[in-house]
Ligand binder design. Structure first.
Ligand SMILES: NC(=O)C1=CN([C@@H]2O[C@H](COP(=O)(O)OP(=O)(O)OC[C@H]3O[C@@H](n4cnc5c(N)ncnc54)[C@H](O)[C@@H]3O)[C@@H](O)[C@H]2O)C=CC1
Ligand SMILES: CC(C)CC(=O)C(=O)O
Ligand SMILES: [Mg+2]
Length: 360
């Protein structure tokens, strides 16, 4: 029997609650399709700070590097807001992504049939939404040097640097062009080339690379227009290519097309080596420990892990079909529109997903 080593990073806030649901669903499909999963649970973010005073302990990074895949819930809590930047939970996640070399963050945005009439936008605007955000994940302003805070004659001054090299742009653009080639052959690159030098280089390199992909129709949008177009006519997009900061913001916006940020999974990848599979949302401290979190983005991230990371396509299909079924059966968590629907807590939703798996 084939057995995979999967590192689990439940993290903070709602993380452990939704991870518990995800592992139960993975165990179910592993048994059905006769493969084994050996879990190794490690600390990251606030939980790692509490124990080791380090948001990314060396043993966590080491375990991730030697795994077949990493499944992360989310990190972060206001409890750590006063810490210096490098000691904060978010630094643990950023250092994990860069430590594993995960430069490509793939965030599919699809509206589930049962939720088409439950978006905050009109049904006719969202019904054909099926897009993927390809976000550069280990460069840009989240990593650029110099950064910091200095005393100046006008009081304190703080600064970050948005920087991309040709190599960084080319490798993420190639991922996006290849994905578009396998989809509807439309690529929209989002930048701020009318203002930023870094975006000018970004746009030049994307145009240069496009000559290798003549079948892909390429267009460019400034990020402010893109944010507007995503609400005006989201079905104009197929693959969106963008940098770290713009991709972070655009994908939270895109999440609302689907009904809730609690529905959006992601895969953080490199060309070779273990991927990191993580919901788009954060640790939702405002609803932590209340058993009301939506576990579906987490289960869908597990499905991405099974499909992309472990090549267990049937198991991934089953998880996605189970989500489709619970939604069609009228079950909702409270982040979704709940009018006339059966509202479940996190654990109950997990049980319902397991029942749907069993009924398949
Ligand atoms: N990948 C990660 O681990 C990320 C971590 N964060 C961290 O999470 C913490 C909270 O950040 P926020 O800006 O509040 O973003 P957030 O995504 O955690 O929450 C935003 C809003 O969405 C709701 N929400 C998020 N996920 C949900 C789910 N599964 N079910 C139901 N409701 C859900 C929350 O309750 C909140 O009202 C911060 O410390 C932040 O740095 C934020 C984004 C990503
Ligand atoms: C918390 C940050 C490190 C990242 C973030 O918001 C994201 O990746 O979506
Ligand atoms: Mg984000």
């Amino acid at each position: 029997m084939k057995t995979y080593n999967v590192v689990l990073l439940p993290g903070d806030g709602i993380g452990p609650e939704i991870m518990d649901v995800a592992t139960k669903t993975i165990d179910y499909v592993a048994q059905k399709y006769n493969f084994g999963i050996e879990y190794e649970q490690k600390l990251i973010g606030g939980s790692a700070i509490d124990k080791y005073n380090d948001p990314l302990p060396e043993e966590t990074l080491k375990a991730c590097k030697s795994s077949d895949a990493v499944l992360l819930s989310a990190i972060g809590s206001p409890k750590y807001d006063a810490l210096p930047r490098e000691k904060r939970p978010e630094s643990g996640l950023l250092n994990l992504r860069s430590g594993l070399g995960l430069f490509a963050n793939i965030r599919p945005v699809k509206v589930w049939p049962a939720l088409i009439s439950e978006s905050s936008l009109k049904q006719e605007i969202v019904q054909n939404v099926d897009l993927v955000v390809v976000r550069e994940l280990t460069g840009g302003i989240y990593f650029g040097q110099p950064k910091g805070r200095l005393q100046s004659e006008n009081g304190e001054r703080a600064f970050n640097t948005m920087t991309y090299s040709t190599m960084e742009i080319d490798r993420i653009a190639r991922v996006a062009f290849e994905l578009a080639t396998d989809r509807k052959k439309k690529l929209c690159s989002i930048d701020k080339a009318n203002v930023l030098d870094v975006s000018q280089l970004w746009r030049e390199r994307v145009i240069e690379l496009s000559y290798n992909f003549p079948k892909v129709e390429l267009n460019h949008l400034y990020v402010d227009n893109a944010a507007m177009q995503l609400i005006r006519q989201p079905d104009q997009f197929d693959v969106i290519l963008t940098g770290n900061l713009f991709g972070d913001i655009i994908s939270d916006e895109a999440a609302m097309l689907t009904g809730s940020i609690g529905m959006l999974p992601s895969a953080s990848l490199r060309l070779e080596g273990p991927g990191l599979f993580e919901p788009v949302h954060g640790s939702a401290p405002d609803i932590a420990n209340k058993d009301i979190a939506n576990p579906m983005a987490m289960v869908l991230s597990a499905a991405m892990m099974l499909r992309v990371g472990l090549k267990e396509n049937n198991a991934a299909d089953d998880l996605e079909n189970a989500i489709d079924k619970v939604l069609k059966d009228g079950y909702r968590t409270s982040d979704l529109m709940t009018n006339g629907k059966k509202v479940l807590g996190c654990r109950e939703m997990g049980e319902q997903i397991l029942m749907s798996l069993a009924a398949a």
